[in-house]
Design a protein around this ligand. Structure first.
Ligand SMILES: O=C(O)c1cc(C(=O)O)c2c(n1)C(=O)C(=O)c1cc(C(=O)O)[nH]c1-2
Length: 249
C-alpha cells in the first residue's frame, strides 16, 4: 500500500537510524580519539575519493534532468564542492584538512593509494546516479539528512582528541553544517512529492539503503586495511607515504 507522506518520511528516517555510517566502529574510533595518526591519514586519503566524486555524480545527475528548475536547484551542489569566485569550495577545504594531518595535499589529490573497495563503492554511487531513475538518484542523496549530526559530532570529537584539529582544518565540516540542510530539505521534499505510488516509494527507500551501503562499505574497507589485524591490499597507501615535507619550526 502507498504510505502517506508522513509515514514514508518516517520510513526514510528510520533507514538512517538503523544503517547510517555513524554506527560503524571506525567512526566511533575516529570521533572518540582512538585512531592513530596513520589511521586518521588513511581516512583522509580515502575519503578524498568520495569528496572528489560527489560533484561528478551531481554533474551526471544534472546532465539527465530536463527541467531547468530542478537543474537550477541542484547546481549549487557542484559549486559547494568545486568552489566559486567567492567560495573556495569543499575540495580545497578537504585538502587543507589533509595538510593539517601531515599529508602532502598533492599526494592526496593524486588519488594514488586509495583502497580498491573505496573505489568500487564510490564508483558504484556515481554509476547508480547516472543510470537509475531521477527519483532513485535524488533519494540516494538523502543520507545527507543524517550528515549534520555526524559532522557536528566529528568537529567536537576531533577538536577534543587530536592536536591537528583547529578551526582551519575543521572548516570543511563547519561549512557542510550550513550547506547540507538546504540541499537535503529540497531533496526530501522532491522525493516526497514524486514517490506517489508504493512502487516508487519502495524504489526510493531502496536507493537510500543502497547509499548507506556505499558509505558503510568505505569504512569497512578502512577498518579492514588499517585497524589491527591490518590487511593492507596490494598497491594501497602504506603508512609513511605521501607525507607533507617537515615544516621549519
Ligand atoms: O561526513 C559524512 O559522514 C558525510 C556523509 C555524506 C553522506 O551522507 O552521503 C556526505 C557528506 N559527508 C558530505 O560532506 C557531502 O558533501 C555529501 C554529499 C553527498 C551526496 O550524496 O550528494 N553526501 C555527502
Amino acid at each position: 500500500m502507498t504510505q502517506t507522506r508522513q509515514e514514508f518520511e518516517a520510513r526514510l528516517r528510520r533507514i538512517g537510524v538503523e544503517r547510517y555510517h555513524d554506527l560503524h566502529p571506525f567512526h566511533r574510533l575516529l570521533h572518540g580519539g582512538g585512531c592513530t595518526r596513520d589511521q586518521v591519514q588513511a581516512w583522509v586519503i580515502n575519503r578524498y575519493y568520495y569528496q572528489s566524486r560527489i560533484p561528478m555524480k551531481d554533474a551526471a545527475f544534472m546532465s539527465r534532468v530536463e527541467d531547468p528548475k530542478l537543474r537550477r536547484a541542484w547546481r549549487s551542489r557542484i559549486e559547494d564542492h568545486d568552489g566559486t569566485a567567492e567560495n573556495e569550495g569543499g575540495i580545497v577545504r578537504w585538502l587543507r584538512l589533509a595538510e593539517a594531518v601531515g599529508l602532502d595535499p598533492d599526494y592526496v589529490a593524486s588519488e594514488v593509494g586509495i583502497l580498491p573497495a573505496t573505489k568500487f563503492a564510490v564508483d558504484a554511487y556515481v554509476r547508480f546516479v547516472r543510470e537509475k531513475t531521477l527519483l532513485e538518484a535524488v533519494a540516494s542523496s538523502l543520507t545527507e539528512l543524517f550528515a549534520p549530526k555526524i559532522h557536528a559530532e566529528r568537529i567536537e570529537g576531533l577538536l577534543k582528541n587530536y592536536d591537528f584539529a583547529n578551526d582551519a582544518s575543521m572548516s570543511y565540516f563547519r561549512k557542510r553544517l550550513t550547506e547540507a540542510p538546504k540541499d537535503v530539505a529540497f531533496g526530501l521534499a522532491w522525493v516526497l512529492d514524486h514517490a506517489d505510488t508504493q512502487e516508487k516509494q519502495d524504489a526510493a527507500a531502496n536507493a537510500l539503503i543502497f547509499k548507506t551501503d556505499v558509505l558503510w562499505a568505505q569504512l569497512d574497507a578502512l577498518h579492514s586495511a588499517y585497524v589491527e589485524p591490518a590487511r593492507i591490499p596490494p598497491g594501497a597507501w602504506l603508512p609513511g607515504e605521501g607525507q607533507a615535507l617537515a615544516r621549519a619550526s
